[in-house]
Design a protein around this ligand. Structure first.
Ligand SMILES: [Zn+2]
Ligand SMILES: [Zn+2]
Length: 389
């Protein structure tokens, strides 16, 4: 129920009762009309449905002693065309400009303190129903990004994060209006920032499109914030990134977002983590990966090979005889940190290298190896399989 509704609708007329009607009389009139226009009794009759809604709305206000008083006061103050501007809004239009009222109430040199001004004004006039005494509002969630070194992501790190947030513009105290001017209440939503829409008997409320939910229209915008009433500010904050964080992960830091308004709690800060690739190591969940080149004899005969670990001492592991190219060996506990403090594994992938140049001695040995294995055709099985298919 908006102020505009109060001023435009004659609830007494809707119920067909005099202005001084008692509670019993109002109730009786309502019941009679409600029976007559009830949707169940008027299936498919849009007019009856509309009328039924009007009746219910009128009764809701007039049956409530407090709301009825507010309604009566509002109508006495502004009703009966008393404020109707000559040549202004026609029948059904809004009879006066809230902006004028707002300007008068604030007065020159008495800034009303931003959007709260209108709420305060109507709060005084209409009490609960008219008041848009804004409730405490939770601060907005803020999202930021950080790029970490590979090892910082594995071990965790404290990194500075630059945050830009918006706060009330200092130049205009958040009103968005140029010096010496005031925003006026949005005529579309009567300064509430919300418009309601009826659909299938349900009423929906949505942010007003004309004022984008602010409830205010700025005719002469502030030169600093261009009418938004908000100023960008930047702050830097140290954020502890937990060990084991992964590329693309979103970390939530409760209460580190934008500050709340009017005593509301702060919003949350979400940090999206990007991890720079490492020249040697990769990540697979909690495990680290590394590729270790081995020679053909090492793969065939088996060997002890030494591989690096991330930020730690190299580790020696046993390569079993007959290890295939691409096989993976596991070194336990040398991976990325987990939440519980344990660590994942280091996965070592074996890559058999093919040398381009061999010294004469090695070449001679290889030739001898070829001669020794000349009777073995490595593609015999392949040819057989292809033939059979
Ligand atoms: Zn609006
Ligand atoms: Zn400003």
């Amino acid at each position: 129920m908006s102020t505009k509704d109060y001023l435009e609708k004659d609830f007494y007329k809707v119920l067909g009762v005099p202005k001084d009607a008692g509670t019993a009389e109002i109730k009786k009139a309502y019941r009679k009309l409600a029976r007559e226009y009830h949707p169940d009794a008027n299936k498919g009759d849009a007019k009856a449905e509309e009328r039924f809604k009007e009746i219910s709305e009128a009764y809701d206000v007039l049956a409530d002693e407090k709301r009825r008083k507010e309604y009566d006061e509002a109508r006495t103050l502004f009703g009966n065309g008393g404020f109707r501007a000559p040549g202004g809004a026609g029948a059904g239009g809004f009879p006066f400009d809230l902006g004028d009222l707002f300007g008068q109430a604030g007065g020159p040199g008495q800034p009303p303190g931003g959007a709260g001004g209108i709420g305060d004004l109507f709060g005084g006039l209409f009490g609960r129903a008219g008041a848009r005494q804004a409730p405490p509002r939770r601060g907005q969630d803020v999202e930021s990004e950080v790029t970490l070194n590979f090892s910082d992501a594995v071990d965790g790190a404290t990194v500075p994060i630059r945050l830009t947030s918006s706060e009330p513009c200092h130049h205009c105290n958040g009103t968005g209006a140029a010096a010496g001017t005031m925003p006026r209440a949005c005529p579309t939503c009567s300064g509430t920032g919300q418009t309601s829409r009826n659909q299938g008997g349900f009423a929906f409320s949505e942010p007003c499109r004309d004022c984008k939910g602010r409830g205010l229209i700025v005719d002469d915008p502030c030169i600093v914030c261009h009418g938004s009433g908000r100023a960008r500010s930047a702050r830097t904050m140290q954020v502890r990134v937990p060990a084991g964080v992964q590329d693309g992960q979103r970390i939530r830091l409760k209460g580190k977002g934008a500050p709340g308004e009017r005593g509301g709690p702060a919003g949350d800060l979400y940090v999206v983590v990007h991890v720079r690739p490492h020249p040697v190591f990769g990540r697979k969940g909690d495990n680290l990966t590394v590729t270790a080149p081995v020679t053909f004899p090492e793969a065939v005969l088996g060997a002890e090979i030494t591989v690096p670990t991330l930020g730690g001492t190299p580790v020696t592991l046993k390569l079993p005889a007959g290890t295939k190219n691409g096989a993976t060996l596991r070194v336990r506990g040398r991976g990325a940190a987990r939440k519980d403090g344990s660590r994942g594994d280091l996965l070592v992938t074996v890559e058999v290298t093919v040398p381009k140049d061999l010294d004469p001695k090695a070449l001679e040995a290889l030739e001898a190896y070829r001669a020794a294995t000349a009777s073995v055709d490595p593609r015999a099985k392949l040819m057989e399989a292809a033939k059979g298919a």
